[in-house]
Design a protein around this ligand. Sequence first.
Ligand code: UDP
Length: 354
Amino acid sequence: MRIAFASTPVGPLGSGVGGGVELTLEILAAGLQKLGHSIEIYAPSGSVLGGFFVNQIGGTLQTPAQDVDRGEPIAITKGSVLENIWDQIRRDQEKFDVVLNFAYDALPMRLTSLLRARVVHLVSMGSLTDAMDEIIVETSIRHKNAIAMHSRAQAQSFSGLSPDVRIVGSGVVLDNYRFNGAVDGALGFVGRVSPEKGVEDAVAIAESTGLPLKIWGLLQDAEYLQRAKSLHPRAKVSHEGFVTSEQLGRELGQCRALLVTSKWIEAFGNVVIEALACGVPVITYRRGGPAEIVVDGHTGFIVEPDNMGQMAEAVRQIGRIDRSECRAYVASNFSAESFARKVENWLHEALTAG
Ligand code: UDP
């Protein structure tokens, strides 16, 4: 297949603003290319992705959907990079069998019926606004196989979605994550430092367990982190900054456990499989994708949503988890190869469904 990738318009690839989408796109580009497909990428100017041709597209960046209130209508910004990406794809469409959209936006959904090329969407987040819910659900019903999601929990967050929606999971390149069998390190938190990620709960758990907490991730809301720290003055917290995925793969293994304290429904939670790949067990609230990935008592623990007492207790029990089982679980279920194959199957079916 000749495949065009339409990247997220919230930030250039490599900036971290796109969160999990950035690595997902990279893994799929490499994985689908290995399977013999040709890939061309359209992404905001400044995007960096080694080994691939990236059409660098200018324009105003989009506001991430997680920063918008549920009732807000869809805003179309003048001169937006989103519009420019799709205008370029419209002009180039004869070059492709299929256009794979990574943007969580209305415009690409609408274009599913307006472009001659087949357009399909890998939806990166759960339900966030009424307007986007409506358009995602409608697209899923009108266009068979046009939509894939990362987890069942993500799909369930939308009501009325077509049962044809594909669940494709996610994947990691195992070799990029260094296994570490040591169990006495700090607690870890990986993700954009932003309220929907619930960093404040991880800080509270660091305080109640007396263990240091290392945070890796883009500081999207510095005040929020400051507030969390001042609410829990005895917590030993260090912000390691936003590091490249190579560096994260080298450092993450030093953690005793990864805490996933998200307040929103994570579509998947790439950081969960990244930590497990390093041998780091994951303790998560029973909410969204992470609770679908973690095998309670084997690759970490699942505790009730927002129950920090239970999470602190799980931290104390973490020595019961076999770290090599965590890595083996990722190798069998979430390799980059198996993810690329699932997406390849979905694309084939989407093309035959027409
Ligand atoms: N990440 C990174 N460097 C950091 C912190 C995070 O490259 O310092 C990456 C992380 O490896 C993961 C992504 O950011 O691939 C976050 O994805 P996730 O699906 O967990 O959350 P999202 O940000 O999409 O909500």
